[in-house]
Design a protein around this ligand. Sequence first.
Ligand code: NAG
Ligand code: NAG
Ligand code: NAG
Ligand code: NAG
Length: 842
Amino acid sequence: KYYQGCFNSIVLMLYVDLLEFSEPGVFNYSTLLLSETRDALYVGAREAIFELSKRNVTVRNNKVQWKVADTPMSMCTLKGKSKEDCLNYIRVLQVLNEEHLYVCGTHAFQPQCDYLSIKDFVLEGRAEDGRGKCAFDPSHSVTTVMVDGELYSGTVYNFLGSEPIISRYSPQQALLRTEYSTSWLNEPSFVFADVIREGGGPAGEDDKIYYFFTEVSVEYEFFGKLFIPRVARVCKGDLGGQRTLQKKWTSFLKAKLVCSMPELNFVFNVVHDVFVLEAEDWRNTLIYAVFTSQWGNVGLSAVCVYNMALVDEVFSKGKYMQKATVEQSHTKWVRYNGITPSPRPGACIDNAMRQENINSSLHLPDKTLQFVKDHPLLEDPVLPVGGRPHLITKDVNYTQIAVDRVTALDGRAYDVIFTGTDTGVLHKSVLDEGEVHVVEEIQLIKSGGAIKNLLLSSETRSLYAGSDSGVVQSPTAFCGKYLSCDQCVLARDPYCAWDPSSSACVNILDRPETQNGLIQSLKGDADSCPAVAALSPRDYGRVLVRPGSSAELPCAPPSNLALVSWRLNGSALTEASRFHFIGEGGLLIYSVGPEDQGRYECWSLEWAPAAGKNFSRQVAAYTLVLAAPPAPRGPRKDLGRAAPELGRSGPLGDPFPEGNANTPGPSPLTPARLSPPLPPPPPHSKAPGGPEARDPSAQYLQRGNAAALLCLFLLFFFLFLAALAYNCYMRYLPAPCLRLRAALVGGHKSPLRPEYRACEGGLMEPPAAEKLKLAPRPEGHQLRALRDTGYETEPDCGNGKIPSHGFGGGGGGSDSPSSEKPFDVDSDSQHIEFADADEPSC
Ligand SMILES: *[C@@H]1O[C@H](CO)[C@@H](O)[C@H](O)[C@H]1NC(C)=O
Ligand SMILES: *[C@@H]1O[C@H](CO)[C@@H](O)[C@H](O)[C@H]1NC(C)=O
Ligand SMILES: *[C@@H]1O[C@H](CO)[C@@H](O)[C@H](O)[C@H]1NC(C)=O
Ligand SMILES: *[C@@H]1O[C@H](CO)[C@@H](O)[C@H](O)[C@H]1NC(C)=O
């Protein structure tokens, strides 16, 4: 049911005006917080907190500085930390109540928290110990969520960063935290935490806080550190145990997140960010997560989606794992098959427990507590929706994700996935019944730094990205850049629709009342667009070309998915026909002759998979006419390209201005390279359009300059003879020549050596002029050899895509064996399997 696209770097790169904020001397804008009630985006940077307008982040409403005093600073540097690391990096920014934000910073490796008054925007100086809430080292991970005035965080608890912690801080109670044990947390890197409100249900369930992180596996034996992506959860009502697990979580459980391509045995095992797409019923809430692989050289990123109901099922019904000692010293994690104590260890207090007089975690029996202390890890993994990633992208490292659900004009909801990369690029992809397509790619961070934080506001319909260099605000859609109905519809962007009355591509969210008459097709069916009158030959751009020179006819396809084809006098042109080269930018015709005259049409063809048809339209049209041969003068060949006299473009919105039909486009072939090697033109004829420009053949024919022709013929004849003699001498030519050679040189009659035979073919290929150049054996031989090697060893990457069998439309393969146990390291071949997995990426 589900399959996913595999994208190389996307061709279409948008250059748009974005709103940016940064202040000189301030860096690391990595903590962002959107206010729900005010027009405010709070930004935590290095030694500063800003309040920006969320409608326009260039507007700074407030700023407060939070520097480290001299004494802690010198103590920090005395402990061997760099001056830069000892600065105060603001890492926690949460709304405490209507008057205050709660703010924490690394503060010279002595994390501190303070209250920030929203009204006056000043720190109140009630500094609190930030241990367990904020990291010591700015390079360590911190994730926090404020739930009903209590701060839940995941970070490290000590200076060295060796003691990881998931904790809850509330002004009324003591810090509740994880046990310090590698089976609870083992070198975790926290990426996200959020609350899922389940409270108030008929079962009297508690709200739960979910943490997402990558940690080092304990359950698999591996030759190095094997990372495992995890989801862990704790209950909001947890108060710790009475005797066992005092001031520790009694509800801490964790499970493995699976994001893999089972057919290829390829595992994405590092989670970077999570976005929770909330639904009315928490069971339908979706968790979007971005992954890469620990083996970074593979260069693949993936988005996997998890269903909250399934996550909950793993936690409430999953089997536990336990540590078993084998062969005395060696421990191994295996499934626990014994009887689990009741109530279920790690479960939140619900009505059933209350009936047994267990009203809080303080009343839980020691047996249950001891069990959960020893068995925090569940064996059952959390599997992704569809059993596989929804999106796989090659050659990027995704760092952040945000998801918007948009109801399109067809009444259906589409999930739009925004992913940020480590090079400051934003990808926007649309998910439609398991099919995904990338709509656009934007360079958000101009400096190319990583996107460290990405927030989405449906209210302002903007994305906010934090990086080391600043904060950027971008709209969620750029409908205005689609200039025609076809472009607007074929982009298949659920935000955009064509408004025939204003002839503009508009954002449907801008006008929720007047959506009647708007044209949108998420299936990419542009037939509903108003018919554009077909071009009549009168409207064609007229291109005047001198015989023998080259012409370039530009054609900009409407989208990056379109295939471009050309027609001459109504019949299709192929790459193979004469000197035509169809590049990205248009058609290049070399050495235009009388037979090239005619009507050229550029058509784009786009396959609209959802609509099940091809959609084609005319993008540009030209009439190519040979210029009358001008009065002859000195013999020379014009190497320049022709200038069209009237390069008027058709009415279909060809972006090229008039008279510009030979704008040098991004064609991979340039005329100079293909032109025959001839002496440089005399200086007086440099201007290609000047009256001196001549076509030589025309001149010769007109003048009947037989002498010149004869000279040329003789020259070529001599060259031919020289080449023949040389090749014969080098034994490139067959038997009769060899006999002659033997008679002349007296060499032995050894059979041709294989490499000569191999290069023989290569020497016959190039046209005469090139042949002369290639004739000297060493270069020719080398060239050929290089070519051959290239062909044989380069794997077929299919234009950078991984082989399609890895993705096929299938998805049916229910819970395939490898999704159950993608890290089954019991077999010694495990690391070899992972090495194999590198192959498909070329
Ligand atoms: C802070 O920003 C600076 C400048 O861009 C960068 O070199 C440094 O690595 C950043 N530090 C952290 C902890 O992100
Ligand atoms: C992705 O990150 C890895 C590890 O940090 C790095 O080696 C690789 O070059 C990055 N790839 C891209 C495309 O940025
Ligand atoms: C195309 O049509 C024009 C006039 O209709 C004719 O002169 C030209 O030779 C034709 N070209 C080809 C390649 O058929
Ligand atoms: C659509 O166009 C592609 C590419 O030219 C072609 O292979 C395919 O058969 C066409 N499909 C239909 C239904 O016309």
